[in-house]
Design a protein around this ligand. Structure first.
Ligand code: CA
Ligand code: CA
Length: 394
């Protein structure tokens, strides 16, 4: 349940049984305590010691003293001081050494060394610095995979436990951002830096987004991990916002083409988003030159510019494509299905022609076609009971 924190006190007593000056036991010792230990951590019965002449702690300590040494009524005792409450706050050493010099009732001074090893427990939760609320401005458009927090402005978490190895960061599920532990930036002891990165290209952030982030400690104590929670708010920098992509309200539009060359859309063409006066609508397709677009407000209609030729009208339908484009957008396209009128059939000007035969010559009016002959090769044929006696001349 923790990491040992060695605190060795070696007493070089130079004991001589002749002068009977000793602290009892070995001249060097190891003491194992927990970071949560308080009070007496070492006690020995001594013989003929007059007092503690001096003592010193490891020179690498920042503050202290964290332990007090006393010799009362032949009892040598070491106990924690009030400062030990803040040992993990101020120190990083996993063990501390004490050397002490004792004066004897008879004879020369004696020496002692003790090494205290402290077992770390996970008694400190991670803490976001300087507070648990962060705000970042995202200069949109922002590319994917770059740090929102920049090189020197990561999210710092402090966990003062002696054996904390790193911090596992997590962020609330969202489509834009992730957070990862950045070992390179974590150069201060006990402080761990997380960086926020974009996971996708961010075109705009119209509204601020606030997400929960967590920091969970990873240490060598074997104790359950502790987690701290903070919030981070992302605000878009609107001065560089890209225009919104135009998007048609439907992928397909249907229209009828009438015999008198009118185009009747079943519903007007419009954008469901991204409408702006700078959006440019264009028509594409094999017969796009026959038509033109008319933009009125946020609606687009289509009208005939050059009548479709007859041979085209024999088709059932033709396909046109309309595009909506604007600079710095990807644009959009929709398909217009233009239903053509029924095929135009051949029709004579008259349904009946009457002629006479005089001197074996047929006298009859010219047989003219009323419709359906434009651009077509028309074949004629004479049918009937005496058809073998007649033929047509174009
Ligand atoms: Ca901790
Ligand atoms: Ca601890």
């Amino acid at each position: 349940m923790g990491i040992l924190f060695f605190f060795i006190l070696l007493i070089s007593l130079g004991l001589s049984t002749s002068n009977q000056c000793s602290i009892g036991g070995a001249s060097a010792d190891f003491i194992n305590i927990f970071d949560t230990s308080r009070g007496v951590i070492f006690s020995r019965t001594t013989n003929n010691l007059q007092g503690i002449a001096s003592y010193a702690f490891s020179q690498q300590l920042n503050y202290g003293p964290y332990f007090s040494l006393t010799l009362v009524d032949s009892h040598f005792t070491i106990e924690t001081t009030d400062a030990f409450e803040y040992y993990e706050e101020n120190e990083t050493l996993l063990s501390v050494a004490i050397t002490a010099t004792f004066s004897c009732l008879n004879g020369p001074s004696e020496f002692l060394m003790l090494i205290i090893t402290i077992t770390d427990t996970n008694n400190n939760a991670p803490q976001f610095l300087p507070s648990d609320e962060f705000t970042y401005t995202v200069p949109t458009p922002f590319p994917a995979g770059l740090a929102i927090t920049g090189c020197f402005d990561g999210i710092t978490v402090r966990d003062i436990d002696l054996t904390t190895q790193r911090i596992d960061f997590e962020i609330e599920e969202n489509p834009y951002f992730e957070i990862v532990y950045d070992e390179k930036s974590s150069t201060t002891k006990r402080e761990f830096v997380g960086i926020l990165r974009s996971t996708t290209f961010i075109r705009t952030l119209l509204e601020p987004i606030t997400l929960k982030i967590t920091a969970t400690d990873v240490d060598l104590t074997g104790d359950p991990p502790l987690t701290a929670v903070a919030t981070v708010t992302f605000k878009g920098e609107t001065t560089f916002t890209l225009p919104e992509d135009p998007v048609f309200s439907h992928p397909f539009y249907f229209a009828n083409y009438t015999m008198d060359h009118q185009v009747i859309l079943l519903e007007p063409i419009s954008l469901q988003s991204g409408f702006h006066k700078l959006v440019n609508f264009t028509l594409h397709g094999d017969f796009s030159d026959n038509f033109e677009l008319v933009v009125t407000g946020d609606q687009v209609t289509i009208q005939n510019r050059i009548p479709l030729e007859t041979y085209i009208l024999r088709e059932t339908q033709i396909i046109l494509v309309i595009r909506a484009d604007r600079e710095e957008t990807t644009g959009d396209r929709a398909t217009i299905i233009l239903q053509l009128p029924e095929g135009i059939s051949l029709q004579f000007e008259q349904s009946n022609y009457r002629g006479t035969i005089k001197n074996n010559i047929l006298q009859i009016a010219v047989l003219s076609l009323l419709q359906g002959y434009e651009g077509e090769v028309v074949n004629t044929e004479v049918l009937g009971e005496h058809s073998q006696f007649f033929t047509t001349i174009e």
